[in-house]
Structures are given as structure tokens and as C-alpha cells.
Design a protein around this ligand. Structure first.
Ligand code: NAP
Length: 225
């Protein structure tokens, strides 16, 4: 049975990904900092707080020896939504880096052996179009810069893991109607999840080799770095 671990699985896009993979018969590890609150009983809940390195270490020990086909680093924060630079607190900026960039890489590092043991060997990271240096807009300093840093860190990590045949991919889910995206989002969660899953399912080493063209939008097109 193919196996996936999804972070931020208790709500929003992560919850929809959990439901979608379960529906297709996957074994799903649903990671959240509030286990027991999951709305999906068939998933195997695991505790994970991205702001706590000990929590990542505990997850590694708990899952030791289990092959995981896809680790999907979905959890994230947008702490400076609707804030300008003056309003942005440095602690929130640093926290954005911690949750959006450092923790996903640490999780990938902690679970790389699980992924290496699996058939598909994929680590997916949810980034944002707002991270693009090429199509950059204004404002949202903390969110944008933390996701741009994630993009760079993932490219480094992908190089590191090449010899283990682990593929890393970066996905923008679209502007989605969730707590984070707000009701003004362009697409619903189902459209985003269906699109991103198609990209992940069709992913192969050629896509990895072609990463200079940018990262993936949910519809399969490339967003320039
Ligand atoms: N929605 C959009 O339009 C949009 C656009 C571009 C990119 N994205 C990215 O897509 C991903 C999912 O976004 P979403 O719209 O589903 O957001 P969301 O509805 O706000 O959900 C965020 C998820 O991340 C989890 N999370 C936050 N901090 C955490 C921590 N310290 N430890 C563990 N989990 C934590 C949350 O858990 P709690 O319930 O415990 O807080 C929640 O499950 C994020 O990476 C986001 O940046 C979203």
C-alpha cells in the first residue's frame, strides 16, 4: 500500500490532501500539533509541531523503518497578511522563517531514510507564487521572504539527496479559499488538490532535471524563480 505523510493535516489544504489520498487507498500519516482533532478517522495521526525541533526528532523515532512514498510538507503560516513593514514584528518574521523554511527542511532531513526506502521517493513542499523573484508583488515581507528561502533550501536539499534518488518538488497550490487564502481566493480546495496531485503523480526525474525553469503551479505550469 503506498504511504504518505502530510503536515498541517488537520485543516485547509492538508486536510483535503489527507481525504483525497485515503479515498485512493493510501496509508496516510496525518501530522498535526493537535492530534485527536482530526476529522478523518481512517488516517493515522502523528503529533508534529513545526516550531519544536524535539517534535521533529520524536516523529523520526516514531516512524523509523517505515517506507514513506511521499512526504508532503504542507503546513505553513502567513503571519503578516494585511500588515505593512511598519506593523510587522521581527519575532513574527523570524517565526515565519522557522515554520515556512527551516522546519520543512528539517522534517525532510528527518524522514529522508523513510522516503529512500519507498518506491516513489518523493518529498513535496508547498511554497507560494508570492515567493517568486520574477513575478514578485509588494508587501508581505515575512511570508514572501520565508517561502523564497524555502525554495532555495529545497534546491540545496534536492542536490544533497540526488544520490539517494529522492525527488524534491515545490508546488504552489493557487490562491485557495482556506483560512489562509480567505474567501477571496481564486479557486476552491478541491481544484487545488486535484491539480497538485496530478503534478505529483506525473513527476519524474526529467521534471527534477528541468527545475531551472521554475517551480510548479497547481495546474502543472511553471512559475519562474
Ligand atoms: N491558501 C492559499 O491561498 C495558499 C496560497 C499559496 C500557498 N499556500 C500554502 O499552502 C499551505 C497550506 O495552506 P492553507 O491555505 O491550507 O492554510 P491554513 O488553512 O491556514 O492551514 C495551515 C496549516 O498549517 C498548520 N500549521 C501552522 N503552524 C504549524 C505548526 N507550528 N506546527 C504544525 N502545524 C502548523 C496549521 O495547523 P494549526 O491548525 O495547528 O494551526 C494548519 O493545519 C501553506 O504552506 C501555505 O503557505 C496557501
Amino acid at each position: 500500500m503506498p504511504t504518505i505523510l502530510i503536515t498541517g493535516a488537520n485543516r485547509g489544504i492538508g486536510l483535503a490532501l489527507t481525504r483525497s489520498y485515503l479515498q485512493d487507498g493510501w496509508r496516510v500519516f496525518a501530522a498535526s500539533r493537535k492530534p485527536g482533532e482530526s476529522l478523518v478517522k481512517e488516517a493515522e495521526e502523528v503529533t508534529l509541531d513545526l516550531s519544536n525541533p524535539e517534535s521533529i526528532k520524536a516523529l523520526k523515532s516514531q516512524l523509523a523503518g517505515i517506507p514513506i512514498d511521499i512526504v508532503w510538507n504542507n503546513a505553513g503560516v502567513y503571519l503578516d497578511k494585511n500588515q505593512n513593514l511598519e506593523q510587522l514584528d521581527n519575532r513574527d518574521w523570524l517565526r515565519s522563517f522557522e515554520i515556512n523554511c527551516i522546519a520543512p527542511i528539517r522534517i525532510a532531513e528527518a524522514l529522508a531514510e523513510n522516503v529512500r526506502m519507498s518506491e516513489r521517493k518523493v518529498i513535496a513542499f508547498t511554497t507560494s507564487k508570492m515567493a517568486s523573484l520574477t513575478v514578485n508583488g509588494a508587501g508581505a515581507y515575512a511570508y514572501r521572504s520565508s517561502k523564497t528561502a524555502l525554495n532555495m533550501a529545497v534546491r540545496c536539499f534536492a542536490q544533497d539527496k540526488k544520490s539517494q534518488e529522492i525527488s524534491c518538488l515545490l508546488l504552489h497550490p493557487g490562491h485557495v479559499k482556506t483560512d489562509m487564502g480567505g474567501p477571496e481566493g481564486d479557486i476552491d480546495i478541491a481544484t487545488s488538490v486535484t491539480g497538485m496531485r496530478k503534478v505529483v503523480d506525473q513527476f519524474n526525474p526529467t521534471c527534477q532535471a528541468d527545475m531551472d525553469r521554475g517551480y510548479f503551479n497547481y495546474d502543472g505550469s511553471r512559475i519562474p524563480w
